[in-house]
Each structure stands twice: as C-alpha cells, then as structure tokens.
Design a protein around this ligand. Structure first.
Ligand SMILES: Cc1ncc(C[n+]2csc(CCOP(=O)(O)OP(=O)(O)O)c2C)c(N)n1
Ligand SMILES: [Mg+2]
Length: 382
C-alpha cells in the first residue's frame, strides 16, 4: 500500500496480485468436531450481534459510537476459546467475540452500548469499557493503546506469586503495537517468564493509516526476536490456525515458559467505528479479503469439506443464534435507562466512599428553567 498525492488530494493505492483465491482452512491439531462447531456458533453470534448493534445505532438507540470486528471474528472467538475458566482475558474494542466466549451475553453487550441501567457498567460507559474481575476473569479494555499488556503481565505475575502459572491473553493492533508501553509490557513479561499470550491483530489499518506506513518489517511476528520469545504468524481468518497457535502459547504459559507473540493477519472490513465509512481503503482490497471471510470459509469447511454439519443443521444453528439474539435485543431495548441519582455510587467503589458535589447541586435544571440570568450563570460557573 502506498500513498499517492495529486494536488491537495491524498489517496492510497494497493499493488500486488490480488487475484489469489482463499487457501483452504487448515485442520486443527487439537479441536474436535464439536469444538469446531461451537467456535463457529460463537463467530455467527459475534457477526449477527454486531449487525444488530448497527441497526440499533441507526435507530438512535445507541449512546456513543459502535466498533466492529467484521472480518476478525475467527481471531476473537478462537483465541479466547483456548483459555481455561480460571485464566484471564483482556479484550480490546473489536474483540466482542472474545467477550461472548468468555461468558458475556449479547444482551450484556447491547445494553452496554445503549447505556442501560442493567448493563455491565450500569450506564456509566457508552461502549465496551467493561470487564468482570469477579466471575469471568475479564479485564476491561483500556483505550490507551498498549496499556493492557503490562496490566495482563501483572495478572500473570499475581498468579505466579500465588504459586500458579496461568495463561493470560490480550490483543494489540498493528497501529497500537508501535507504542512504548507495548515494548515495556512485553519485555517485562519476557524477562519474568510470565504466561502472556499477545495477539497482534494485523488488520492492515490503524484508523486511516495503512500498516505499510506504520512499520517497516514485513511481519510483526518478527518483533518477537527482539524480545527473545516465540513469534508465530497465523491466518487470522482461519479459526483452526488461530486456536492451535493460541492453545500452544497457553500451554507454554502454563508450563511457566513465558510469553508468545502471535501475529494474526486479517483485514478490518469496516471503518474504524460506525462514523467512519472507510473511503480511504482501496476497493480491491475489500474484494480480496471478502474472499477470505472467516465465516463463509469456516462454514464451507464444516459443511462441504468435513461434512461435520449438514446444511439443515447449519440452518438450525443460525436460526437458534437469531432467536437468542432477538430475545436479547428485545430485552435490552425494553430495559430502563439509569436514574440520574445512581451516577456517583459504584464508579470507584460500592458505597464505601461518599462523593460530595464540589460546587453544590445546580440550582437550575436544564430544560426546566430556560430563564437563567447571566448573573446566576456566572455564579454557577465560579
Ligand atoms: C496511545 C494511544 N494513541 C492513540 C490512540 C487513538 N486511537 C484509538 S484507536 C486508534 C487506531 C488503532 O489501530 P490499531 O492498533 O491497528 O487497532 P484497530 O483499530 O485496527 O483494531 C488510535 C490511533 C489511543 N487510543 N491510544
Ligand atoms: Mg489495525
């Protein structure tokens, strides 16, 4: 990919052979037929839930933006699937599939985006900054790119201090991996032999910056050499490859042998978030990656190549996902918004601290008295 300037206009052009067909899905060394079908179901739910979120956004029901992982479902779902229940996950915004695998429901995620009272953050956050450190062992995404890496390394260190070697998994993008904290966190995990499994999701774009303008190396897995840890490249649209690499990295982590960097190559098939139409992406690139659609490829593998699912069983599976999603969507839409009075408690603690208003309660409520005089307004501002 390279940048072309003509006058004041800047656009990207892609060169190379884009005609190649998608390679076949690689058989997993570890997954059973049943497990493959289970991962496929998570991927379908992941995709359909995001389509539902897009509609909710267009209906004006979402507060804030929506981030999609279209084209990345295999990476999210098959990676999280490799973790055991007592291990830890630190997802990023596109890893909604990982959240589903880890036990959050589509209802939780839709309620969160609609900032409903019953959502994981009770309406206090309008996108995906939520986790569950009590039951599901999920650290909430941190928007400051790279910061999850030392946090997850710290979780592994905590477990080590309790006498256990566990696998902890997190993700960083092709853009985010350039941050200093990525180096610091992964280097710390490497020298301490902490069981960090770092997925570098190379989806070719960091917002509107193409990967070719973000780093000089051919493969981001090469970076592993400098950390002194194994680096693995997988096709991020092939769930069997993603799972096998994740599983082997988790096993290494459990043996106390330290971190693994896994580069998953794929393409972000939408804009950065719902507001971004991704006009800067050359169209042939979308066409190339559409042939590598993770769900289309996996269903072909399961139904046609392996004959592990009949077409009818596949239709039933999809209908089951749609029914579950529709029930969750209806529940989420019908559930109430939070009461304003509930805003302060529970943000930092559950009632052990009282947060007092510093400048007192406003005397005038927006909408109730439009006749606030300038002198009164000045008092409030002070
Ligand atoms: C340290 C830091 N710098 C910049 C940003 C703003 N920002 C948010 S997402 C993003 C692009 C990230 O691209 P990438 O890491 O490739 O992840 P992707 O969106 O492709 O999943 C940027 C620049 C940020 N959140 N944190
Ligand atoms: Mg990216």
């Amino acid at each position: 990919m390279h940048q072309v300037r003509s006058g004041d206009n800047v656009r990207y052009e892609v060169t190379g052979d884009l005609s190649a067909e998608a390679p076949p899905i690689r058989d997993s060394k570890y997954l059973s037929r049943q497990q493959c079908i289970e991962i496929y179901r998570w991927m379908v739910l992941n995709r359909k839930m995001e389509a539902a979120l897009e509609n909710l956004y267009k209906q004006g029901k979402v507060v804030g933006g929506v981030y999609f992982g279209l084209g990345q479902e295999a990476c999210s779902c098959a990676s999280a699937y490799a973790l055991k229940g007592d291990e830890w996950l630190g997802p990023m915004i596109r890893n909604q599939g990982s959240l589903l695998v880890r036990g959050f429901s589509a209802r939780d995620i839709m309620m969160q985006y609609m900032a409903k009272a019953g959502s994981p953050t009770k309406g206090r956050d309008a996108s995906s900054h939520f986790g569950d450190i009590v039951k599901r062992n999920v650290v909430a995404p941190i928007s400051t790119l790279g910061d999850l890496i030392p946090v997850l390394a710290g979780v592994a260190l905590g477990a080590r201090l309790q006498g256990k070697n566990i696998a902890v998994m997190t993700y960083i993008g092709d853009g985010g991996q350039s941050t200093g904290v990525t180096y610091e966190g992964l280097n710390f995990a490497a020298v301490q032999d902490l069981g960090l499994v770092l997925f570098v999701e190379n989806n070719l774009w960091g917002y509107s910056t193409p990967a070719d303008m973000q780093f000089r190396v051919e493969d981001l897995a090469e970076r592993a050499i400098a950390y002194g840890i194994p680096g693995v490249i997988v096709d991020g649209t092939d769930p069997c490859q993603v799972y096998d690499a994740a599983h082997e990295a988790c096993e290494r982590a459990r043996r106390g042998q330290g971190p693994t960097l896994i580069e998953a190559k794929m393409m972000r098939m939408k804009g950065h978030a719902i507001h971004d139409a991704a006009d800067y992406v050359p169209k042939p690139l979308f066409e190339y990656w559409k042939k590598r659609d993770p769900i289309a490829r996996f269903v072909k593998y399961l139904v046609r190549d392996k004959k592990w699912l009949t077409s009818q069983e596949n239709e039933e599976l999809i209908a089951g996902v749609e029914a579950e999603l529709e029930a969750d969507r209806e529940f989420a839409v019908a559930s109430p918004m939070p009461e304003p009075e509930t805003a302060a408690p529970g943000a930092y603690c559950d009632g052990c601290h009282e947060i007092r208003p510093k400048y007192a309660v406003p005397k005038v409520r927006v909408g109730k008295s439009p006749t606030l005089r300038a002198s009164e307004a000045a008092v409030h501002l002070r």
